[in-house]
Design a protein around this ligand. Structure first.
Ligand code: SAH
Length: 508
């Protein structure tokens, strides 16, 4: 058995976009990820392997034992041949015990690599709007722990040296001791009116910044409802902060937005929400699954007689993907449909076809079956039409096209099943009014959302989460299910839903 390898990877401060490219590459080829409580779980989407969170709670004998357990686990898993990623918030070596893990790996002769990350302090500066080393203000910056190992006999921090340090001080892990830190710095001669700040959840949509003076900071902190993790910054650089940083001006700053589409399709939209300073919350309400054996046998038969048809219809991206996957897996390729005219619903569906080098003859402006039926009807009299569809959906299309003289065959190429449960933490978010928005991208998703609210005894009338829908058809379905719709997309895509949400939050 060949020994595997351990990668210590800095996860960055919170914003998932701040992971290094090297970190992304090793996540993609990991067999196991052990991540700490500060690493943003959105990063786990970059791997398909099992991911486990290493608890930092004091249970079971305290942190030192836990750290040892982690070290032993890393060694054991690597010895069994695995590529293990140890994902640590910020930078692995900045107050992160990364060096202890590396020492254990070295002692056990396990190959390893350490990939730096953006440490919380540097991100806090940029995202809160101050430069620690602005050349007119400070020629040094010190990263200091505000939480010394209580097991040590004598504290090692020299507050006299810190008070006279010629630059910016940044305290990690210090919020619980903010009073003590400020008092000791002042006691050692640091002026009471030195500017100071606390930055909480730096680079995350819930980022909070409190600015004050060294003397007043503890009271200012006590008066604010701050959530960890947080840093204390002491120095004139704090004055560089404007009322609102570039990051806090992002149109979705502070907003949690539920993405209800299947998980494997939410990456792009999650990324866009993050770049707008918002927080994507994955809460898929339907799952796309492969068809069963019987349906597959039927689909394969249809693919064997594509010559019989003149038109091919796709009404979703999933339909396009599943159809062409099956075509390929059954030993065929796109040349088999060269003779067919193509009609689609939805610009995203047309884009999925374009990615395969195919142009749709008909893409109606309106994202609904009625519109496609209207555009297509004049062309299909006496023709054979094949519709590559989901396991469920509306019957508008075959009825209308048959009425227009076509012979319509339907081939089910994928299943879309309801997700029967909200995750417990999603229920908590909704119940505590902490989910600001939810996007609904089809009538069945709208109905499923309403159904799950009922299952969890959450009244749609009392729901604080605002609803954005993808189209009028979906809005109608949502309203029929008792939901009220706050915004509706004008282009019928997920990007359109986000545009509509952004539009409404900027007006507010
Ligand atoms: N290795 C990490 C630090 C681990 S120590 C790094 O390089 O950032 C944990 C401390 O880091 C927290 O107590 C807090 O002081 C700080 N911290 C981590 N993430 C933070 C964030 N997003 N905002 C503010 N402080 C953060």
């Amino acid at each position: 058995m060949r020994t595997g390898k351990v990668f210590l990877v800095g996860a960055g401060p919170g914003d998932p976009g701040l992971l290094t490219l090297r970190g992304r590459d090793v996540l993609a080829c990991a067999d196991l990820v052990l991540y700490d409580g500060l690493a943003n779980p959105l990063l786990l989407r970059l791997t398909d392997c099992p991911c486990e969170r290493t608890a930092r709670t004091q249970v079971g004998g305290g942190r030192i034992v836990l750290q040892q357990e982690i070290n032993e686990r890393l060694i054991r898993e690597a010895r069994s041949g695995k590529t293990v990623v140890r994902l640590k918030g910020g930078d692995p070596y900045v107050f992160g015990r990364g060096s202890e893990e590396v020492a254990a790996l070295e002692a056990a002769d396990i190959p390893f690599e350490v990939i730096p990350g953006i440490t919380a302090a540097t991100a806090a500066g940029e995202y809160a709007g101050f430069s620690f080393t602005h050349r007119d203000i400070a020629s040094a910056v010190a990263f200091v722990t505000g939480h010394e190992d209580p097991s040590r006999d004598a504290p090692r921090l020299d507050y006299a040296a810190l008070a006279s340090f010629p630059g910016t001080l940044v305290f990690y892990m210090g919020l619980g001791r903010v009073q003590d830190i400020c008092t000791r710095l002042i006691g050692e001669g640091k002026p009471e009116d030195t500017s100071a700040a606390v930055v909480c959840q730096a680079s995350l949509p819930q980022q909070q910044v409190v600015t004050s003076t060294l003397a007043e900071l503890p009271a200012a902190v006590a008066a604010s409802d701050l959530r960890p993790p947080s840093l204390i910054v002491v120095g004139e650089c704090v004055d560089l902060r404007r009322a609102c940083s570039w990051f806090e001006q992002g149109p979705l700053f502070g907003q949690r937005i539920g993405i209800t589409r299947p998980n494997h399709q939410s990456d792009d939209i999650a990324g866009r929400i993050v770049t707008l300073s918002g927080q994507p919350v994955m809460m898929p309400l339907i799952e796309i699954r492969a068809i069963d054996e019987e349906q597959a046998a039927t689909a394969n038969e249809v693919l064997a007689r594509l010559d019989n048809y003149q038109w091919l219809i796709f009404t979703s991206v999933n339909g396009v993907v599943a159809f062409f996957d099956r075509l390929w897996q059954t030993g065929r390729d796109v040349r088999r449909i060269g003779h067919l005219q193509i009609a689609v619903i939805g610009s995203a569906t047309a884009v999925a076809l374009a990615a395969r080098g195919l142009r749709a003859e008909i893409v109606p402006d309106l994202f609904r079956a009625e519109a496609l039926a209207k555009s297509l009807s004049p062309h299909v009299d006496g023709q054979r039409v094949l519709w590559a569809r989901a396991s469920r959906g509306r019957d508008v299309l075959p009825l209308a096209l048959t009425a227009a003289g076509a012979t319509v065959d339907e081939v089910v190429v994928y299943r879309n099943d309801d997700v029967e449960q909200f995750d417990a933490d999603i229920v908590d978010l909704i119940r505590s009014d902490a989910l600001d928005w939810v996007g609904l991208s089809s009538p069945s998703i709208a109905r499923q959302f309403a159904k799950l609210l009922t299952v969890h005894q959450i009244s749609p009338q009392l729901l604080r989460t605002r609803i954005g829908t993808i189209s009028p058809v979906t809005s109608d379905a949502a309203k029929a299910a008792g939901l009220s719709v706050a915004v509706e997309a004008t282009t019928y895509t997920w990007d359109g839903i986000i545009d509509a949400i952004v539009g409404s939050t900027t007006i507010r």
